[in-house]
Design a protein around this ligand. Structure first.
Ligand code: GLC
Length: 392
């Protein structure tokens, strides 16, 4: 029998290796990874279409943390409580477990923990007698001083109209004291804090010129390539990039520093909580085999392979104390703190709609088609319309 799932490109070949080992230990079970596009929101649509039709195409879903509330609320996932017991859950980072839970049930076993970080060229900064930035104005100052476009840009980030842009933007919004939704359910994305955060990002491209216009087509990998080729001083990205930019043959190997994302002047920065894990489709005809694979792929040994080959940060606590991992990754201690403080995107069954509104308008502002005020008012109006309509 064959277990099938959809995921993004297998960076570094970690998934292929895990599948190979699983199949060797489990004769009779084959695992087929269907490689989809890199953007998480597009894969979410692909899974949604399949599940909406009640299809058994995918036995497992390799799930972004933000899909959990919607997929669980729709009844597309099998609750894992009988298999993934509370005791087993304590072996994983609490944010990843919480993000796998909906309505009191657990729907996902975490693989990867994720939180936005700031990468910088420690060699260039030290040569200029400077220090890593402490806030946004500092980052702009250093970037302007060191850059020499188009050979060397100041700041690379994820500027394409997709989920990654929302993650980047929310870090800035939180780093300026803003919020998407208040305690009372009120939409707050048109607050002055939220508008100012967008203005900072727009200015990075359009006023300060520290980010290339091409950043409007960047997802994670495009930003990493620019940075890895030595063409950017700073990069906002997820921790997966660390192993890759420091890999054999990387022009910036050993020249890279990593730190928590900076915030507005006088404020602390914030990280968006990301992360991935295994869920089992409610329509799968092979749930037991699927669980066997999910369990295998999240053992200490397999998570080490995922980290070494693909840079995937393990969601298991013990790996943050693993001498083998620590020897190669001195930043893991600080990373642990960033991950445990990372902030979730709004946990809502309609998160995809919230994100679409942000993707559209933040992107329009970056392209110069809307002012930051118009953009955030537009996003807020759309969110109010569908969230209020739903309440009636
Ligand atoms: C990373 C995160 C995920 C996020 C995505 C956006 O993969 O882990 O949560 O949605 O980036 O591009």
């Amino acid at each position: 029998m064959v277990l099938r799932y959809l995921s993004g490109p297998d960076i570094g070949g970690a998934s292929a290796e895990i599948i190979k080992r699983f199949e060797a230990e489990n004769p009779g079970i084959k695992v087929e990874m269907v490689e989809g596009p890199a953007a998480t929101n597009i894969r979410e649509n692909m899974y949604s279409t399949s599940f909406m039709g009640g299809e058994a195409t995918y036995d497992l879903a390799y799930m972004d943390v933000v899909w959990v509330p919607k997929f669980a609320a729709q009844g597309w996932l099998r609750p894992l409580d009988d298999w993934f017991t509370p005791k087993m859950q304590t072996e994983f980072l609490p944010g990843d477990v919480l993000g796998s839970t909906y309505g009191g049930k657990i729907y996902r076993i975490p693989v990867q923990s994720d939180g936005g970080m700031l990468y910088y060229r420690k060699d260039l900064i030290a040569q200029a007698g400077l220090k890593p930035p402490k806030d946004w104005p500092d980052l702009v100052r250093i970037a302007k001083k060191l850059q020499n476009p188009p050979a060397l840009w100041g700041y690379a980030f994820q500027g394409k109209q997709y989920e990654g842009l929302v993650c980047d933007y929310l870090e800035l919004m939180w780093g300026n004291g803003g919020r998407v939704v208040g305690e009372d359910g009120k939409i707050l994305v048109d607050s002055p804090e939220a508008i100012e955060a967008l203005r900072w990002l727009v200015d990075a491209v359009r006023k300060h010129g520290i980010s290339p216009e091409g950043v409007l087509t960047f997802q994670e990998e495009e930003a990493r390539h620019l940075f890895q080729e030595g063409k950017a001083v700073f990069m906002r990205n997820w921790p997966y990039a660390w192993n890759l930019v420091n890999g054999e043959g990387s022009p910036v190997k050993g020249k890279v520093g990593i730190m928590p994302m900076v915030g507005a002047e006088g404020r602390g920065g914030a990280a968006t909580l990301g992360g991935w894990g295994w869920s089992i489709s409610a329509y799968s005809k092979h749930p037991e085999e699927a669980w066997k694979f999910a369990q295998f792929a999240t053992t200490v040994e397999m998570l080490k392979i995922s980290y070494e080959k693909g840079g995937i940060i393990p969601a298991r606590r013990s790996l943050f104390k693993d001498p083998e991992v620590l020897a190669k990754s001195p930043h893991f201690k600080e990373l642990y703190d960033v991950l445990t403080d990372a902030r979730p995107r709004p946990v809502h069954p309609m998160y995809a709609r919230i994100s679409d509104a942000l993707q559209l308008h933040v992107s329009a502002a970056l392209a110069g088609q809307e002012t930051p005020e118009e953009a955030m008012k537009g996003a807020a109006d759309e969110m109010r319309a569908f969230i209020e309509r739903r309440r009636k």
